[in-house]
Design a protein around this ligand. Structure first.
Ligand code: ATP
Length: 754
């Protein structure tokens, strides 16, 4: 159905689309004010929108089953009902919990005869955390009745379960769920305390190692951690006792096994293999109970499974069973996708799973319109565009960006734009280091040239300069303070709390922001992929992928922050016209997307009964550009974000280079999307920040670049075309320069091999 045909030729406003450019030198560079609309820019295309109905909720609890019915301890089930409001299992819980409870329970026909390694695949938001935590807990509690397990020395048994996650936030979230489950009251039947002896713990980068060591020395029975810190403790904390380890859970397994984490994971597995086996064969001292697995059971889970999992499964899993939420038969032996025939087999496991009820949309936007389109989308969602009403239930949104610097920039921009001084004319009068302070002096009303002699004028000028500097310093100080806050509210989206999350924030800010956003009923979180995996952010209604992910798996995890547990949700993907082929990749993976036209979004800016959206869009863009010009700090954030974007674009995997290639980027328009008025060749690169300063362009743990091995990066370097970008007919005034000048020193150093 065609539902978004607009004839825009009639409504190009003169001021919004005029081609005249205004040039000024500020912040050491020429600033060109150019229009984001031009008569020949064909932003209005006939859009054929395919209306695809969303499916029935696929990750909701089943109303035909109960936890006790699938073998869970009655006290534990009751406790979950009271504490978590969890009463009925989801599909994956119904299928996997009986298997993980072990062969002794004999619930279900398909349960393997002995404990076995397990691979679990289910949609995002389907309750995978409880799927693996509940059976472990259940089996620990069951062991209380075992005469061979000395209750007094249970803590000294050391760590019996390790849960590994790729991000610190996810580790904290899992610990929180674990602690809730462990706060079980005494049994209503026997009156005995349950689970009180089980000690949970966490080891993650960014936290103090010393206190972690102390806790490990005392004994932690279930340990949640990120790979780097876990390996560190395995290598350096002598008192870390894993001799009785029975469960190893790799949550978000595919991410953990990607290049970058792979080496760490291999080392961890080697150490565990050696230590656990050593004791088991020497004394068999830990064979304390029949209800625990006799050997270490490894559980892998994710919504996306990939080649990495197959690689690990081949070496480290013993005859695993595969349990999928979507597959007809509950349980299958072997590793999904490991046989060649499966490639042609339609019943073979799906690599990616998204909730059926999730609405997946995309918009194709020219780079120069990206920022206003995003702004309009946010404004209209919160009901702050002309003629729109605030929705009764305010949305809660996550905007995914490709770099930490980009997150900082957008967070800062939305938090502060609109507060700039009203007399600011394209920033010239607000520029702290500009030539003129006249505007400021007049504003302060301290100077009346006609009534003063020369010396009075000098004193007055010195005095106003002084006051101006003092005010400038105060404003800068306040801006600095504001940047360290957990959330901010700005004039662009009044009363909407804005948050940011990325791997370069100090750990306490990361943690506090995560919990704060969880608690908030509405708001916008600007985040890198650090928020993509596993985070259970309650009530998120919308996801915006402003920068496409570097990996299709991340697409699935990002959109999975909404539409959780049977709820509705909407995800929007931004694509440049040169990236349209990405849709083919999504389609090939069975990910259903539906187009929304950029015009239909921008039209939300038009006054009621009018089609004139270009002027309000231009006003928004100009106010962003003015904000950047206001202070060197603002300028630095924008320039840093621009460079981070360009560099991050260059790290898309080689398999996607035909879609995301830097040579396809219109850099002048990209600069516009960071509200910069400078030519790309003029945009200075940010100075390298000192190591360990907690600042930088990319994610530390979660960077795209980190995911590649040195070898793979070198190979990509060699393959990079030696190109000189030429000015194309339809290319703007800015997009000129050779590859090196565009990409910067990070890539400059390596020479292409012949
Ligand atoms: N059976 C259930 N009934 C009600 N709520 C549940 C049930 N199982 C889990 N939940 C809740 O659903 C939410 C999502 O669970 P969880 O984070 O484990 O999903 P997930 O499948 O691991 O998602 P992701 O793939 O994104 O990590 C949590 O808040 C959890 O408490």
């Amino acid at each position: 159905m065609d539902n978004e045909d607009w004839d825009m030729s009639a409504i190009y406003g003169e001021s919004a689309s005029g081609s005249s450019k205004d040039t000024k030198v500020m912040h050491g560079k020429s600033q060109v004010q150019s229009s984001i609309f031009s008569p020949d820019s064909n932003i209005v295309t006939k859009v054929r929108t395919i209306q695809r109905p969303v499916g029935k909720p696929s990750n909701a609890p089943l109303n035909t089953s109960s936890f006790t019915g699938i073998g869970l301890d009655a006290d534990l089930a009751k406790h979950m009902e009271g504490k978590l409001r969890v009463t009925q299992p989801t599909v994956i819980q119904q299928k996997a919990i009986p298997v993980l409870l072990g062969p002794t329970l004999k619930v279900g026909d398909e349960i393997p005869k002995s404990d076995t390694d397990v691979i679990i695949q289910a949609e995002t938001g389907s309750g995978k955390t409880l799927t693996y935590l509940l059976p472990i807990l259940n089996r620990l509690i069951e062991a209380e009745a075992s005469p061979t397990l000395d209750l007094e020395s249970k803590r000294s048994i050391g760590t019996v379960a390790i849960i590994m996650t790729p991000t610190r936030e996810l580790a904290k979230q899992i610990l929180q769920v674990l602690e809730t489950l462990l706060s079980m009251p005494p049994s209503s039947v026997t009156g005995k305390k349950r689970s009180h002896w089980i000690v949970p713990g966490i080891v993650i980068g960014g936290d103090k190692k010393k206190s972690e060591k102390a806790r490990l020395r005392k004994g932690v029975n279930i340990l949640v951690g990120t790979p780097g810190r876990l390996l560190d403790h395995l290598q350096n904390t002598m008192s870390f006792n894993v001799q009785s380890l029975r469960w190893l859970v790799l949550d978000e397994a595919d991410r953990l096994l990607e290049l970058g984490f792979e080496e760490t994971m291999t080392s961890i597995l080697k150490i565990l293999d050696a230590r656990v086996r050593l004791v088991a064969s020497a004394t068999n001292a830990n064979d304390t109970t029949k209800v625990w697995p006799q050997q270490r059971q490894t559980v892998l889970c994710s919504a996306t499974l990939s080649d990495d999992v197959q690689r690990l499964a081949g070496t480290s899993l013993v005859d695993p069973v595969y349990i999928s939420a979507k597959q007809e038969n509950s349980i299958a032996r072997g590793v999904p996708g490991s046989s060649a025939e499966e490639d042609n087999d339609k019943s073979a496991p799906q690599q990616f799973m998204t909730p059926e009820q999730l609405k997946q949309l995309y918009v194709i936007v020219q780079a120069k319109l990206r920022l206003v389109t995003l702004t309009t989308m946010l404004k209209s969602a919160f009901g702050v565009t002309l003629g729109s009403k605030r929705p009764l239930v305010q949305p809660k949104m996550v905007v995914f960006l490709s770099s930490c610097d980009s997150v900082d920039f957008h967070y800062d921009l939305f938090a502060h734009t609109g507060k700039e001084k009203s007399n600011a004319q394209d920033g010239s009068q607000d520029e702290y280091f500009g030539q003129s302070l006249d505007g400021q002096n007049q504003e302060d009303g301290n100077e009346n040239d006609e009534d003063m002699d020369d010396s009075q004028k000098r004193v007055a000028r010195a005095w106003t300069d002084e006051m101006y500097r003092a005010r400038r310093d105060t404003e800068r100080h306040e801006a600095k303070k504001a940047r360290a806050q957990l959330s901010l509210k700005g004039a662009t989206l009044p009363d909407v709390p804005l948050f940011r999350l990325h791997g370069n924030l100090a750990q306490h800010l990361r943690t506090d922001t995560y919990f704060e956003f969880c608690k908030s009923s509405h708001g916008v979180l600007f985040a890198t992929d650090v928020a993509a995996r596993g985070l259970d952010l309650p009530d998120v209604t919308h996801i915006i992928q402003y920068d496409p992910p570097s990996d299709l798996k991340d697409y699935v995890h990002r959109v999975g922050r909404t539409a959780r547990l049977g709820r509705e949700g909407e995800a929007m993907l931004f694509l440049l016209p040169s990236e349209v082929k990405y849709l083919e990749l999504l389609t090939a993976q069975g990910l259903p997307t539906q187009e929304v036209s950029v015009t239909s979004i921008l039209m939300k800016l038009a006054p009621p009964k009018s089609n004139e959206y270009q002027q309000p869009a231009t006003d928004i863009q100009n106010s962003f550009e003015r904000y950047n010009l206001q202070t060197p700090e603002n300028m630095a954030l924008a320039r840093g974000a621009y460079w981070a974007f360009v560099k991050s674009y260059a790290t898309h995997p080689s398999s996607e280079k035909h879609i995301f290639h830097i040579k396809n980027l219109h850099l002048g328009h990209i600069a516009k999307s960071f509200a910069l008025r400078e030519a790309p060749s003029d945009i200075p690169q940010p100075k390298k920040k000192s190591k360990g300063s907690g600042a930088g362009n990319y994610e530390k743990d979660e960077t795209r670049a980190n995911r590649k091995s040195q070898k793979e990066r070198e190979k990509e370097e060699r393959q990079k075309p030696k190109i000189v970008l030429k000015r194309k007919n339809d290319v703007s005034e800015f997009a000129v320069g050779d590859y090196k000048s565009l990409v910067g020193p990070m890539l400059k150093k390596k020479k292409a091999k012949k």
